[in-house]
Ligand binder design. Structure first.
Ligand code: ARG
Length: 380
């Protein structure tokens, strides 16, 4: 089917599963192993990027990733979904604000990290890496277009953070790297990650949308002030602050993955630290299934995501989902639950920032804001 360009632009999406009509898919062009900054540590000596060094990802990797991204876009278009793409910048350039200079940017593969669509609003997240501070510019051509085309679209941005050294815990990495695994898990229970509470910080991918309920994870990129900011920004929603048994957590889309009303996947090793979350789903008769392990025995080189990208699923509608093509265990599990699975090869993209959910951002899903969890748990 050809894309219907006469279709009206509508910005609207309340959850992760309503019928998808319009989406943004990222690009790998020019992605950088970002220059050192307080928030990030990259250490890939075998690929030529030992700690403290930076530079572009190898061209060959970039091309393979772009092939898979283009193919993903084609698959979506063949199902009548409109697909837009960001405009990459020269990510190797030095950027600065009055507060700091950063020797490189990052890229624009994972639009999910930056763009949070709730109803007729797309909100640009604050982000919390200096290398990603200007990433929103890659999406401005699209947002400006939507603003012209959809009279109801609310184009919104969260306050840009200062990101001075006061925004990061001093010596976090030194302390973290000195801990044993066991002590790291102990540490994780406090959820006292690298961002301080100096200013609101969040990435959009630390939010999972369930209509009236939004789950927001405290993480390496989202602090309590950020969660509080979101709570004040969405006064008609219920914001649930969540944490998991996860080391240096960032982004929730391999941790808690809703598939349709009443069915959600939990990451089997990342037990929620807020026990109330499980209770909330149970009370409202949601079935919780545990995600199976990946078929991979190790991560791709230069991948800063975890091994759990097999659970990074993009739902097209409550009966149809996209899953990484090689991940038979997940595909079989979802088939068993009555879902049609579209296999999409995507692991060449993982070094550029994630899977099928990370690599996309909703513009339009049919549907309205509904209450899927009417029986609430007190204090959560
Ligand atoms: N914490 C997730 C993992 O590595 C992050 C996945 C990437 N997500 C994203 N939206 N970029 O398992």
């Amino acid at each position: 089917m050809k894309e219907d360009t006469t279709k009206k632009t509508v910005v609207n999406s309340w959850n992760e599963w309503d019928p998808l009509k319009h989406i943004i898919v990222g690009r790998a062009d020019g992605t950088m192993v970002q220059a050192p900054e307080l928030a990030v540590q990259r250490d890939w000596p075998e690929q030529g990027f030992p700690l403290g060094t930076y530079g572009p990802y190898p061209k060959e990797m970039e091309e393979k990733a772009n092939e898979q991204l283009d193919n993903f876009a084609k698959i979506l278009e063949s199902r009548g979904i409109r697909v837009d793409r960001p405009t990459p910048l020269d990510f190797s350039q030095t950027v600065q604000t009055p507060d700091w200079v950063q020797n490189s940017m990052f890229g624009c593969m994972p639009p999910r990290d930056l763009l949070l669509t709730v109803g007729n609003e797309i909100l640009e997240a604050t982000m919390s890496f200096r290398s990603r501070w200007f990433e929103y510019l890659c999406y401005r051509p699209l947002l400006e277009q939507y603003f012209k085309e959809d009279p109801n679209f609310r184009m919104e941005a969260a306050p840009k953070p200062r990101l001075t050294e006061r925004s990061y815990k001093k010596d976090f990495w030194k302390e973290w790297n000195s801990l044993s695994k066991e002590k790291q898990y102990k540490y994780a229970e406090k959820s006292d990650w690298i961002p301080t509470e100096q200013e609101p910080l969040f990435d959009a991918a630390d939010v999972v949308r369930f209509g009236k309920d939004l789950f927001v994870q405290k993480s390496m990129v989202t602090n309590d002030a950020g969660i509080d900011w979101l709570r004040r920004h969405y006064p008609d929603h219920r914001i649930h602050r969540v944490r998991y048994r996860d080391l240096t957590p960032w982004h929730m889309d391999t941790t808690l993955v809703p598939l349709r009303p009443g069915l959600v996947i939990f990451n089997p090793v990342r037990t929620p630290l807020e026990k109330a979350q499980r209770e909330l789903f149970e009370k409202n008769d949601w079935e919780i299934i545990e995600g199976p392990k990946t078929v991979l025995d190790k991560k791709r080189p230069m991948t800063f995501c975890s091994i759990w990208l097999n659970l990074n699923i993009l739902v097209l509608d409550p009966k149809t989902v996209c899953v990484e093509a090689s991940e038979t265990p997940v595909i079989e599990l979802l088939n068993k639950h009555g879902l049609e699975v579209i296999p999409v090869p995507f692991y060449e993209v993982s070094p550029f920032g994630g899977g099928l959910h990370c690599g996309s951002a909703d513009v339009y899903r049919e549907g309205t804001c509904e209450d899927y969890l009417p029986k609430q748990v007190k204090g959560f």
